[in-house]
Design a protein around this ligand. Structure first.
Ligand code: ATP
Ligand code: MG
Length: 310
């Protein structure tokens, strides 16, 4: 298996507080892994450990099947953007990228121009980074991370503060890198919709724990379409669903609401209910929101079941 990243029990403790705890994750070639978690969940700390910018308190990281601490050259295959990236602030955007290009052994000078264009910074190439806005620095950081054709791209909150057109272009670029060049991508966000669209795998991190990983199929499942009924008698309605309509894939929610996941004719369903004196107040086609799911499992008190046993 072409694992680009494997972590084993990755843990970070700051002042007796486990800010990242026992994280086991894997990323394969060409996979886009979205790490999603609220502010302070431990995303940046995890990425910094993967990048060997900080040492784990325990556990280990394997990159391209090797121990990065003993194989520093592995980092040549990796491009990264972590918030507050270091730039030479008194140098221009182009000069900053040029330094990186030469350092990483990329021969063609054209590559610098190509990357500046990719993030819409060509017209600012001669501007000093100290005069850049936060969003412009963000774009420059992303351009730098991709400049040396990395095989593994690690982006911390890449879309934070970017305008919609840049976000759209960035998404396209990332999808293309993964699909056409099998680049593995690990990106984090505290906004689910930012990573949901791109990711093949979604890892939910909460209070330092990786509480759930959803693959593509599971993600689709969570976004399933359903028919939502609002009825006066839930018990009777569910009896009709099962016996008269042979429907088993449904759930009962609070407030007389039933969600029916089986595909079915809503007119027939309504007729059967009315025939059995079940009043149907409302019937709507809807789909589950992953956002709601994310919120529901990261809400206080609902977590204990989701923590993996240590
Ligand atoms: N150097 C440090 N010393 C002490 N505590 C730290 C340090 N770095 C991070 N933390 C704490 O670790 C926890 C996780 O921080 P981290 O930056 O990894 O979260 P995050 O998920 O990236 O959040 P955000 O969405 O705000 O970027 C936070 O409670 C933070 O205060
Ligand atoms: Mg962070």
């Amino acid at each position: 298996m072409d694992y680009v990243l494997r972590t084993f029990g990755l843990t970070k403790i700051y002042q007796d507080k486990h800010v990242v705890q026992n994280i086991n994750m894997t990323i394969k070639k060409g996979e886009i892994y979205g790490l999603i978690g609220k502010n302070g969940a431990g995303k940046t700390t995890t990425l910094r450990m993967i990048l060997n910018l900080i040492n784990p308190s325990s556990g280990k990281v394997e990159l391209f099947g090797k121990n990065p601490a003993k194989n520093q050259s592995i980092f040549e295959k990796i491009g990264s953007f972590i918030c507050h990236s270091n730039f030479y602030h008194n140098l221009t955007a182009e000069e900053n990228l040029e330094i990186h290009r030469r350092l990483m052994g990329v021969v063609s000078k054209k590559r610098t121009e190509e990357m500046l264009k990719k993030v819409n910074l060509m017209q600012y190439k001669d501007k000093k980074v100290e005069d850049f806005s936060v969003g412009m620095k963000q774009r420059l950081g992303i351009a730098r991370s991709m400049l040396h054709y990395p095989e593994f791209l690690i982006l911390d909150e890449p879309t934070n503060g970017l305008d919609p057109q840049v976000v759209k272009d960035l998404r396209q670029t990332l999808i293309q890198l993964a699909n056409d060049y099998e680049v593995a991508i690990l990106l984090s966000s505290h906004i689910l919709s930012e990573v949901d669209y791109l990711s093949n795998v979604l890892g939910i991190i909460h209070e330092g724990h990786l509480i759930e990983e959803l693959n593509y199929e599971a993600l689709q499942e969570k976004k399933k379409r359903y028919l939502q009924l609002s009825v006066n008698d839930v018990k009777k309605a569910s009896f009709i669903l099962e016996t008269e309509l042979n429907i088993s894939d449904y759930i009962i929610c609070d407030g007389g609401i039933i969600k029916v996941y089986n595909k079915m004719d809503s007119a027939e369903l309504n007729t059967k209910m009315v025939e059995s004196s079940v009043e149907v107040y409302e019937m709507i086609n809807a789909h589950d929101s992953l956002e709601n799911y994310f919120l529901s499992i990261t809400e206080e008190g609902d977590l204990i079941d989701h923590y993996p046993a240590n």
